[in-house]
Design a protein around this ligand. Structure first.
Ligand SMILES: C[S@@+](CC[C@H](N)C(=O)[O-])C[C@H]1O[C@@H](n2cnc3c(N)ncnc32)[C@H](O)[C@@H]1O
Length: 436
């Protein structure tokens, strides 16, 4: 039977009482948005999930630690009946009806006077998707999928609303992540979609440049290690000129702009020219590249610290700011960037200052990209293995026992398969039932 459509409305709940009956997973999911809306939440439940209890203990809302009683909805503007007992939910709904309080019911949408839409946010807009409009009732997963498609489209610019879209002024320094185009942030991708000019490095998600519309000017700021480079001054000058001409400029950088990325130099230069700078953090290769091949930079009982070091100048070089003897004394994980050329000398320095010779080492070249490869070694063999296997930049080198805690190959082995793609994992699952 066709469903009567619900009337969509936005409730302004700040300072207004909302009563949630039931402390299970439904309450756990609804509470953050109610609290974000500033609602004066009273939760009625004899027991709750640990997460709900932690929120109550933090004073985020009032918890009446008991069963529901008639009269609990007094002074409420809105209510949620979310116990696992239909009779209790029915009683809450009946009280709400009598008091003319809009009430969501988790176990029976038909008996409720209000429905929670599938919601998401992007660009200062709240997207709320409800079933209805004369057709059959839609599966909550279908509503969540519509919501996800709209939010993702607004986020990455594939669904554009140009007239209403506020443009980001000046220059955005965008961390593009380690290379896989899926590993840029949603904000970074949106700014890229808005850009008139993109100044891109060799590292980072180069594939995304192909998706840019033809009118976008792409400037290649490739800084190939030990090779030809577009001078930093020239990059800065290009950023300044385009921004001053009123264009929307994205400086797309590999990893995070502030991890060996010269991001602050560019930000300072732009600020000195009076140009507004937006910094969009990125996923640094220092953690994501090891993760992509199954190496955790920390692991309980194995490493309580990780140190990220640039190896672009060798130990003993007057320009080096690194205390290699101190690093050799640390027990934790050492993550080295730009260290391929100097890995032999670095390994020697670490050994000379006491790091054990059998410490596992992994060298991951072109991590998260189609050409990714991993070469394993020990501190004693790292220099030789890098040479004989032809390890080339860009590579992240990980030193420490974390290298062998995962399922991948151990020291001395050849390339190992990554255990999971970057998008895998529990959080990659689409949100399920978002409506009651
Ligand atoms: C100039 S640094 C920039 C680091 C970047 N800002 C970050 O947060 O990842 C360049 C170095 O990062 C490392 N790197 C960046 N992307 C990489 C990738 N996809 N695979 C392996 N190493 C990478 C390499 O050590 C490379 O020489």
């Amino acid at each position: 039977m066709p469903e009567t459509p619900a009337y969509p409305v936005g409730l302004r709940l700040a300072g207004r009482r909302v009563v949630v009956v039931g402390g299970g997973t439904v309450a756990q999911r609804r509470l953050p948005a109610l609290l974000a809306a500033g609602a004066d939440v009273v939760l009625v439940a004899p027991v709750t999930t640990p997460a709900v209890e932690a929120m109550a203990e933090a004073g985020e809302f009032t918890w009446e630690r008991r069963a529901y009683q008639e009269g609990d909805l007094e002074a409420a503007w809105y209510a949620i009946a979310a116990t696992d007992e239909p009779a209790v939910n029915a009683a809450v709904t009946a009280e709400a009806e009598a008091r003319r309080v809009w009430c969501v019911r988790s176990d029976d949408a038909e008996a409720a006077t209000a429905w929670t839409p599938a919601t998401g946010r992007s660009e200062g807009v709240t997207v709320a998707v409800l079933s209805g409009g004369g057709g059959p009732r839609r599966d909550p997963r279908a509503l969540a999928a519509v919501r996800d498609a709209i939010v993702a489209g607004l986020g990455d610019g594939t669904l554009s609303a140009p007239r209403g879209r506020p443009r980001t002024p000046g220059v955005a320094l965008v961390g593009g992540g380690p290379g896989d185009p899926d590993l840029i942030t949603v904000r970074g991708r949106r700014l890229l979609a808005e850009a008139d000019v993109v100044v891109a490095d060799r590292l980072g998600p180069r594939d995304l440049l192909d998706e840019l519309p033809p009118h976008v000017e792409v400037i290649d700021a490739a800084k190939i290690p030990y090779g030809r480079a577009m001078a930093q001054e020239a990059i800065n000058q290009a950023l300044v000129e385009h921004a001053k001409a009123g264009r929307s400029v994205v400086r797309l950088k590999g990893g995070d702009p502030f991890v060996f990325g010269r991001g602050m130099e560019e930000a300072q230069q732009l600020a000195a020219e009076g140009i507004e700078v937006t910094v969009v953090p990125g996923i640094s290769s220092s953690v994501s590249v090891p993760a992509a091949v199954g190496i955790p930079v920390t692991h309980r009982g194995v490493a309580h610290e990780f140190t990220v070091v640039s190896g672009h100048v060798p130990p003993g070089d007057a320009r080096s700011l690194v205390d290699w003897s101190a690093l050799a004394r640390l027990r934790g994980t050492l993550v080295m960037l730009m260290a391929v050329e100097n890995i032999g000398a670095i390994a020697e320095a670490l050994l000379a200052h006491g790091r054990p010779a059998d410490t596992p080492v992994a060298m991951i070249q072109e991590g998260t990209m189609a050409t990714e490869r991993r070469v394993d070694a020990t501190l004693a063999t790292a220099g030789e293995r890098a040479r004989e296997q032809g390890v080339r930049p860009p590579a992240v080198i990980v030193v420490g026992d974390v290298v062998t805690v995962g399922p991948a190959a151990g020291p001395g082995a050849g390339p190992a398969a990554a255990p999971a793609g970057p998008a895998a994992g529990p959080d990659a699952a689409p949100a399920a039932d978002t409506r009651q």
